[in-house]
Design a protein around this ligand. Structure first.
Ligand code: CMX
Length: 466
């Protein structure tokens, strides 16, 4: 059976009636293939590849697990499959084999020599292929066409107190959007499991498309006048997101969003947000529920919330010892943080052992667009001092900066100064990684995740400990 015919037979006619927008993409994208068509072509090939691989190598050993790893947050245990990206401790992230600089060179952008469009990164994550500019344009149009959110979700957000953290509002709204889930509806109607991928894909696309309207509304409600501009049908995702935030007139900010949404998207499967969405999705909770769960994990200060904490910590440092503080003053400030039993936010990583290339990409953006910004100068100075102090402190396995150490300084430069909001931007981007994987998880029929646990008493008995 040809791939295209396989796609036709996989499609459930009932979804066509339920999701008119999914077919709208063609109208915008001329003759280019839609992402769904390409995914459906690839699915049978990938299913066969995984089946064959498991048949021949299914009993190979990935590693052993020590008692320390069981107590130690499962660091280094190899027990997950994640298609979109793989993280190397030294080199950093590769999205479907491409480093960040390679993505910047190869993925279609909106301006000549500019940053990649997150749409093109999503296409890459889903298919493993670099899309054409026309395919990306179709995807931008499809997301813009699906962007509207139900009135009750708007009202829900409008009624939130301004003091409710933006990440809590974000997760609340995505949970409420679950009302729209095509997967949940199809499951209730008795869909065959070989077709799970179809409504899952639709839900994933709808979640991503609706995030700017949710995130934009939260920003406008909490920090501005509550008025949210409308999405433009012929504009890309980052432009539209910048527009609902109120920053679209600054083309450099829009470029920053393109970079930001691309590089924060995916960081293999074991990080808290990715793993949470994977775990929750494995119970066949639909993409809305699994992504909302991911957001709750991202909202923790050891994970995504660190980008809020970094700017707060840096500004406090600036207010206390000044933007031109000497190396000695900065070192003393750092030791005060460490001796106070706190972490230095934005530094360290559970897997990485070198400077995060996502940090480097943002630093290069700053060198190009805001080389003389005093706060960028301070962040650069910290980059030269913090690793030495953390090494002397002797605890962290990685004294180098991660992605969160640089995002705040860029955002504040363009006037997006509300630090409590920063993790929402991270969340919008993280949807691309979590939701591309959820399509593959349902497409490959991955089962319920259920690792084994033991009590301390049981572990002690296992090893004859007193
Ligand atoms: N400042 C101070 N101490 C640090 C540290 C930092 N930046 N990074 C690690 N340590 C400490 C740990 O708290 C731990 O101390 P204890 O033994 O007292 O518990 C010790 O060093 C060993 O930790 P590790 O093995 O190097 O790091 P983990 O894998 O346990 O944790 C991370 C990784 C990111 C949570 C940690 O480095 C950290 O807390 N960093 C600051 C917060 C941050 O930037 N988080 C964002 C990460 C990127 C993201 O997910 O967005």
């Amino acid at each position: 059976m040809s791939a295209i015919r396989a796609f036709s037979s996989l499609k459930g006619a009932s979804f066509r009636q339920q999701t008119p927008l999914r077919f709208a993409a063609r109208t915008y994208a001329s003759q280019a293939k839609t992402l769904k068509e390409r995914f459906a072509e690839l699915l049978p090939e990938k299913q066969a590849e995984v089946k064959e691989f498991r048949k021949n190598y299914g009993n190979k050993v990935l590693g052993e697990v020590t008692v320390d790893q069981a107590y130690g947050g499962m660091r280094g245990i190899k027990g997950l499959v994640w298609e979109g990206s793989v993280l190397d401790a030294e080199e950093g992230i590769r999205f479907r084999g491409l480093t960040i600089p390679e993505c910047q060179q190869q993925l279609p952008g909106a301006v000549e020599g500019g940053e990649p469009l997150p749409e093109s990164l999503f296409w890459l994550l889903v298919t493993g292929e670099v899309p054409t500019a026309e395919e990306v344009k179709g995807l931008s149009a499809e997301w813009a066409a699906r962007a509207e959110i139900p009135e009750f979700v708007e009202e829900l957000l409008d009624r939130c107190p301004k003091t409710l953290h933006p990440m809590s509002q974000f997760a609340l709204a995505v949970n409420a959007l679950q009302h729209e889930s095509l997967f949940a509806k199809a499951y209730a109607e008795g869909i065959h499991k070989s077709n799970y991928w179809d409504p899952t894909f639709e839900d994933a696309m709808n979640v991503i498309a609706k995030l700017p309207n949710i995130a934009g509304r939260i920003y406008r409600n909490v920090y501005k006048d509550g008025k949210v501009a409308s999405i433009e049908a012929d504009k890309d995702y980052s432009y539209n997101f910048s527009k609902v935030l109120g920053f679209h007139e600054n083309k450099d900010f829009v470029e920053l969003m393109r970079l930001y949404l691309t590089i924060h998207s995916d960081h293999e499967g074991g990080n808290v947000s990715a793993h949470t969405s994977h775990l929750v999705g494995s119970a066949l909770s639909d993409p809305y529920l699994s992504f909302a769960a991911a957001l709750n994990g991202l909202a923790g200060p050891l994970h995504g919330l660190a980008n809020q904490e970094v700017l707060r910590w840096t500004l406090k440092l600036k207010d206390t010892i000044g933007v031109d503080a000497s190396e000695e003053q900065i070192k003393k400030y750092l030791w005060d943080t460490l001796n106070g039993g706190q972490v230095v936010p934005g530094y360290g990583h559970a897997v990485l052992r070198k400077t995060d290339p996502r940090y480097t990409a943002q630093r290069e953006f700053a060198l190009k667009h805001l080389p003389d910004d005093p706060l960028f100068g301070l962040v650069s100075k910290l980059y030269h001092i913090i690793p030495g102090v953390l090494t002397e402190h002797g605890k962290t396995k990685n004294p180098w900066p991660n992605v969160d150490a640089h995002s705040g300084v860029l955002l504040q430069y363009y006037g997006l100064v509300e630090q409590d909001y920063y993790t929402v931007l991270f969340g919008v981007s993280r949807a691309l990684g979590c939701l591309s994987q959820v399509c593959w998880a349902r497409g490959l029929g991955l089962p319920l995740e259920r690792p084994k646990s033991y009590s301390t008493a049981h572990l002690k008995k296992m090893f004859g400990a007193n």
